[in-house]
Write a protein that binds this ligand. Structure first.
Ligand SMILES: Nc1nc2c(c(=O)[nH]1)N[C@H]1C(S)=C(S)[C@@H](COP(=O)(O)OP(=O)(O)OC[C@H]3O[C@@H](n4cnc5c(N)ncnc54)[C@H](O)[C@@H]3O)O[C@H]1N2
Ligand code: MOO
Length: 406
């Protein structure tokens, strides 16, 4: 008999029982994408460090161009030409202009740049300006991007490729990141053979290890795969204890239910402390959570779809807690394409395919038992029917968490 907790209670348990590992290291910028920042990053300099033009054109004092037009251009003598990669440390004289390339420095006193398209070079050292410049037009001023002390990225953020660009802009080539959490993965079952093997009668390929390994690497973890262990309690216990010694967290798939050979619960209990056995969720009810010291041990249900959802819904936030990382998932609103029934009392999760027509998104639920795996393959996301709901009518609005691409 399982004494189940609600998903909300499980998330609260994770928050209260586990804490960030707080292990940081420095990595090169080229290694930093996807890593989690260990501290806020503040700029130490101005970016850009000089006033610069955003167009090819002529730096002007805007007031010298007011009122000009195609018919009556402002005629400004060319004072100088700025070259790319060189400074312009002089004053723009009143009534004059300076030729600047896109990104080039502009002289002091410039408060606008007129695009070359709106000018005419008369060939006598003067430029005709046919369109007035508004103050600030086509200019980026020193420190517009960042200034010393400005925090550009916050602790806990998983670095995106755009963030890498921002770090490069401020010269942070050694980045303080949270050390990767190492997660040990063990699959248990007498019936399991490695994916490369041809299953014999009653045997199935190990789906969970490769799937979990892939999921964990998208969460930014380092994975140690301990392979398949047969249903031998002593052997499994030895493997679990080895994984606890070598890793920061352990996932054990299979053997989580209440069958005679389902030893995961006893093994986790003897390795440390049992925190939970059973979540009011479908699929994934017979999930186990325990800890050995500060290290979490999760007993995932053997059914691959159940193992998948439990990893998405609870292991991901658990590892986020260890890495002190924001693991917020984003959802989109869609309408279900067909009615779907649900078990009252358990939050029920379904994968779906999304289509979009007429500005609306539609979610086609993918039906199938949790022992099947191809129901997950090729789906775009998943949605939940809450435990107090007996089903959804066709067209009901749902929130879909997108999973395609990860
Ligand atoms: N009497 C009861 N039986 C079951 C219950 C229950 O409450 N009472 N719960 C069912 C639910 S729900 C689930 S989910 C499963 C969980 O089973 P276990 O975690 O104990 O896992 P196993 O018995 O080892 O395997 C279940 C199923 O999954 C296949 N499996 C296991 N590992 C893998 C893997 N790595 N790759 C692919 N497939 C795997 C295994 O062959 C079994 O078919 O229990 C129900 N039973
Ligand atoms: O967790 Mo089970 O998947 O409901 O069969």
């Amino acid at each position: 008999m399982l004494y189940v907790k609600t998903p909300e209670e499980v998330l609260a348990l994770i928050e209260s029982e586990f804490s960030p590992l707080e292990q940081a290291e420095f990595v090169a910028l080229s290694e930093a994408v996807g890593r989690v920042l260990a501290e806020d990053i503040a700029a130490r300099e101005y970016v850009p460090d000089f006033d610069r033009s955003t167009v090819d054109g002529f730096a002007v004092r805007a007031s010298d161009t007011f009122g000009c037009s195609d018919a009556i251009p402002a005629i400004l003598p060319l004072q100088a030409t700025v070259l790319m990669g060189e400074g312009a440390d002089y004053l723009l004289n009143e009534g004059k202009c300076v030729a600047v390339p896109t990104g080039g420095a502009v002289p002091r006193g410039t408060d606008g740049v007129v695009m070359v398209e709106y000018t005419e070079d008369y060939g006598d050292g003067t430029i005709g300006v046919a369109k007035p410049a508004a103050p600030g037009m086509n200019l980026i001023f020193r420190g517009d991007d960042v200034y010393p002390g400005k925090v550009i990225l916050h602790k806990g953020r998983s670095l995106s490729s755009a963030d890498i660009g921002a770090l490069a802009a401020i010269g942070r080539v050694q980045v303080p990141v949270v050390k990767k959490v190492t997660v040990g993965v063990i699959s248990t079952g007498d019936e399991l053979v490695p994916p490369e093997a041809q299953p014999g009668p009653g045997q199935v390929r190990d789906v969970n290890s490769p799937m979990l390994e892939a999921m964990l690497s998208t969460f930014g973890c380092h994975v140690v795969n301990y392979g398949i262990v047969v249903d031998d309690e002593a052997l499994l216990s030895q493997k679990v204890n080895q994984a606890i010694a070598e890793c920061d967290a352990v996932l054990l798939s299979g053997g989580s239910s209440v069958g005679v050979k389902d030893a995961a619960c006893r093994i986790i209990e003897s390795a440390g402390q049992l925190l939970l056995h059973g979540i009011a969720i479908k699929p994934g009810k017979p999930t186990i959570l325990g800890k050995a010291g500060k290290k979490p041990i999760v007993g995932l249900p053997g059914h691959p779809v159940a193992a998948y959802f439990i990893t998405k819904l609870f292991v991901q936030p658990l590892l986020g807690r260890l890495m002190d990382r924001d693991m917020t998932v984003y959802t989109v609103t869609a309408r279900v394409t067909e009615s779907i029934s649900a078990n009252h009392g358990r939050a029920q999760y379904h994968c779906c395919r999304l289509t979009g027509t007429g500005g609306e998104l539609y979610a086609q639920p993918i039906r199938g038992k949790s022992g099947l795996i191809t129901t997950l393959a090729g789906t775009d996301g998943y949605f939940c029917i809450s435990r107090d709901c007996e089903g959804l009518p066709q067209g009901a609005e749902i929130q879909v968490t997108i999973t395609s691409g990860v």
